[in-house]
Every structure is written in C-alpha cells, then in structure tokens.
Design a protein around this ligand. Sequence first.
Ligand SMILES: O=C(O)C1=C[C@@H](OP(=O)(O)O)[C@@H](O)[C@H](O)C1
Ligand SMILES: C=C(OP(=O)(O)O)C(=O)O
Length: 669
Amino acid sequence: MYATHFLDLPPLLSAGGTVHLPGSKSISNRVLLLAALASGTTRVHDLLDSDDTRVMLDALRALGCGLRREGPVLEIDGLGGQVRTAQASLFLGNAGTAMRPLTAALALLGGDFELRGVPRMHERPIGDLVDALVQLGCELEYLGNPGYPPLRIRPVAQAQLHLDAPIRVRGDVSSQFLTALLLALPLAATQRPIVIEVVGELISKPYVEITLNLLARFGIAIEREGWQRFTIPAGSHYQSPGQIHVEADASSASYFIALGALAAPRAGHDGIRIEGVGAASIQGDIRFVDAARQMGAQVDSGPNWLQVRRGAWPLKAIDLDANHIPDAAMTLAVMALYADGPSTLRNIASWRVKETDRIDAMAIELRKLGATVEAGPDFLRIEPLPTGQWRRAAIHTYDDHRVAMCFSLAALNPDGLPVRILDPKCVAKTFPDYFETLFEVVEPVAVPVICVDGPTASGKGTLAAELARQLGYHYLDSGALYRVAGLAARRAHLALEPSQEAAIADLARALPLRFDAGRVWLGDEDISDAIRTEAAGMDASRVSALPAVREALQALQQGFRRLPGLVADGRDMGTVIFPDAPLKVYLTASAAHRAERRHKQLISKGISANIADLRADLEARDARDSSRSVAPLKPAEDARLLDNSDQTAQQSVDQVLHWWRQVQPFSEG
Ligand SMILES: O=C(O)C1=C[C@@H](OP(=O)(O)O)[C@@H](O)[C@H](O)C1
Ligand SMILES: C=C(OP(=O)(O)O)C(=O)O
C-alpha cells in the first residue's frame, strides 16, 4: 500500500495481463457476522483483508468470538447467539457493512455497547434502522446528532420485543438497513415468524440479494414478496456451513474491466483477465459488465473469471439508471470522459451519503481534469473530454477509496498527462494493494526517474532515499551495486584491476542481489554492513573503473525503473544509465564539509577517524572518479546543481521536491 501524501501516476500507454482481486467486502463482512452468530466453527477462505473487514474482526473479537488464522483461512468459532462480553465500545471506522449490521445484531443480543466510527461515519445516516429497532422494543440512544452514529445500545430481554406486528423499515436511503435487520432478526425468530416491511422504494436491491443468498448458506431461508415484504420463518437458527469461500470483489473488478475497455492492447497480452469473480457471482456489481459492454467493451466470462478487451473506440456514451450498481457506477463516470457523447448516470442519490458526497466529489474532480459535468440531486451528466483539453490534476480523494481507484483511469488520457492521486492510502478500505495490482498490468509511456549524482559523502543516499519514500518510488543505490561487485570479487580472490576485468564482469552479471527494506542481500546473506566499510568503498571505486563491469551492471540498474517511478543515486545515473530522466540533480558539498560529515558518521558508529586523512581520501577518490575514461563523475549537461554544504538534509529534500514540482506540475484547484 502507498502511504505517501500523494501518488503520481505517469501517463499510461496500454494494459494487459492477469489480476487476482481481493475478496468481496460485502460478502466478507456478512460472512463474518453470520459465522459469529452461528453455532459451530466456520472456515472462511479468501476473506478480504482491508480496513472494513479489520474493524469487523476487531469488533467480533471484542464480543468474545474465537478467531484463528490458518494461512489463507480464517476459522471463526460462532457465539451461538450469545455474546460473551456484555459491555464493549466498538470502533467501526467507515464501514457501513459493519456499523449497520452490528447495530441490529447487538441491539438484539443484549448488552451495553457503544458503536463509533470515523468522523464521516458520524455523518452517514442510520436513523431509519434505529427507528425500526426502537419499534421492535430495542433500546438505542444517539450519542451525537440524532439519526447518526455514535450510538449507545442497552440490553433488553427478548420477551420485551414486539414481534407480532411487521417491522417497518425505510429502504430509500440505504439498503444496508434492511440487510441489517435480515441478518440480525433470526436471533429473535426462534418461536415465531418475523415480518419486515419496506417503506418506500428499496435502493441498491442486489445487495439485499447478497444478504438473502448468504443467509441461506447459514440455514436461514427468508420468504419474500417482491422487495416489499420479507418473512423470517419461525424456528430459524444460524447453522454454520462449515466452509465458505469469498468471491473476489466485483466492485473492485470494475476498475480493471474499465482498464481493459479503455487501454490499447499491451504487446504479448490478450486484454485484461480478472480472476476470482465472473458470471456466476452473487454480487450485483457484476452487472457493471453489462454497462461496460454497452459502452463498447468486449467482455468474455466464465463462472469466476472475466476477460476484457477494448472494443468500440471511442467508447459509446451511456445513459443509465445506475441504482442497482451504486459503487461500480462511479467507474462509469470516469469512462464517460472517453465516450463519443455526453453520458448520464441516474438514480444515484445514495452517492451523497457514502464515504463522501460522491456526486459532488466526482463532479469537482472530473472538472479538474477539464471535463464539463452537470451534477444534480440524483444524477451526473458528463461530457467527453477531447484530446488537447485534458489538464494535469491533483485529485482530491476525500478519504474515499473509490474516488482514488476510479481516477487512476484518467492516466490513460490521450494527452499523455500524469495524474496525481492525493492520499492514496484511502484505498485501504477495500483494496489496500490497488495501485500495486494496477502497476502489474499497465505499460506507462515512460517511468519517471529522478537521478541524484554526486561525489562521495555528498549526502546522495540520504537525499535519494528520502525522496523515494515521499514519492512512493523505488530506490536504487547504484553505489551499492559496485560495492557488492567489489566484495564478491574480493571473495572470489580476483585482483581488482584491468587484468581481471572480464572475470569480475561475469561475476557482476550473475550477482544474486536483492534490496529489501533498507538492507542489501547477496543470496541469503545480509551484506549491508560488509559493503559499508571504507575498504569496500575503495574496492567499489576500483571495480567501477572497469568498463566491462559497468556494462554488466547497466541492465541490472535499468531493471529498477518500475512503476510508479525511481529515484536513483550514484555517479553516472543522469549521464549514462538514465539519460532521459526528467530530473537530474548533481549534489555536491565542499571537501571540508564532506570530510566532516563522514567523520561524524564514523564516530557515531564507534569507528575512530581523522578528518584530515578522510579529506585526503575523499579528494583522491574525487580525482580518480572524475578522471576515469568511462563515465567519469561529472554533472549531466541538463543536471541541476545542488551544493548542500550549508543545507540541512530537509532543505535539500525540499529543494529537489520543488524542482520536481516544476518538472511535473499539477493543478490542485
Ligand atoms: O450492503 C452492502 O454490502 C452495501 C450496500 C450498498 O450501500 P447502500 O445500500 O447504502 O446503497 C453499497 O454501496 C455498499 O458499498 C455495500
Ligand atoms: C459505500 C461503500 O461502503 P460502505 O460499505 O461503508 O457503505 C463503498 O464501499 O463504496
């Protein structure tokens, strides 16, 4: 997951390959609750691991539920209708699928509970569900604004519940209120049937189908008359199915279906293949496939896979009542930019009460890209965005995973512009590795590289590693490669001189080298410390003067250029290895400053050193590095010079980030 302030997506050229998507949020959280309420142990396969499921798991654990991980399987010991903890304060993040169903279940289970979430959760309505539960005789109290979490639940005896009359619940704000009652009321239906009546038009109906389907898997067969009346038969009790598999998330699939529809085919691939969800899905969002086809996508499917290829191009505009696919329809709003006319998404009022006001958020951010958008109380109308009119935008994501994921598709724009996604970690709600998964199947126009070259002890490593951290980019410490080559050559008893050039180059080419969490590995050995000695530095300088060794290491270094970008530090990054890098920095400091820094570094490691000697060594090394015939140490012609003699590390980082903003500007407004 990218936990950076922003993630810059370079313009994308094409896409192709296979993605395995994480489990469905809607299925995962329903299964967790049902397994917790049931008698017996349930083994859940392929459960989604994300913020929304984590808050549900934490809540179940707090209620006394036994949870065990066995590799990819989670084992849940059901509570059999009895909570083991009669008092708890539960934090449910921004998970509607945890807050709403747990409210109903806990109101019926009996106990003293507080349910809270993130600030936005306290703006998401729950009044219709609370009204239904109060009608039933449950005791709930608002701790903040009436109609919204946080909530306090107090115990009531089952005998006090009014189960004779139908329980009426509004269905036009969120289907999760009905889902919550359906999931929880079997707790009270042991003696008599319970009837639920929906007031008003039920929205997001396919989510109620998921609920009914999973209840059936846990032994509860709900009878329904249309979408208005649901009966939970007398004698209902949750029975664990033993094992249950969670399908991949169909809403998450929408971004990859769209990718297949939008992107030019990638050489050597036949469109995008999505594994884990397909035509046999119980998730309503699989119907996104119909909408994508209507826009021109070619989609083939099997029971649990989809294969998507670009069909009509540009896409065909769409006018759709998207009430049945409220989550996936956000993806259509970005696809509409690539259509042959204006597209309209209707009957989407519920977007206004989800992770953010999604109608406003989509309109604002689409306009930042240059689009003309009309936002109404329950619709969005989006004009296509012609070539030449796209703008570089920093997309505000409103802590809404879907805003972040759908706007990544703007990186396919025909104007070849990058897109900045602010706060990319918001995808953690349902798809923590979304961007990593995307990067596996897209081909960028070019992967951006920032080169930081300069003499020894100029602070390149510190600067480059920090830049990489802040940008979410990969990091290449090319100096380490030479150090490793030097170390390997020494260990192979090769003299570090031209007579052994070919042998050292062969060795370098086959180095089993790995950079992992700030450590350097050679095979199974952590050699991070061994390559950091002064002697290893001298050896690195020696082997790096051998042209055949440099050539052997070139391809290895260029292989580090992967999405979303690279910060490479060394001596010839800008001149030889990445000559097309959009930003090259040549970092220097006076020999006196560098000797002083090196001295401090050594002293802090308990190694005694003499500043004058260190300075003499540095100067000798500078002279050797800048006078060697191959790739001598010198600034690239287009490098920006940065003398950090009188700068703090932070000031250097800020300076380079300022240059990077000049090279790659984004409009925030
Ligand atoms: O029951 C569910 O799993 C969901 C129902 C839908 O909400 P609404 O019924 O509020 O539209 C959907 O947007 C949400 O992501 C998940
Ligand atoms: C609306 C969503 O979430 P929640 O389950 O919190 O309602 C969503 O995932 O798009």
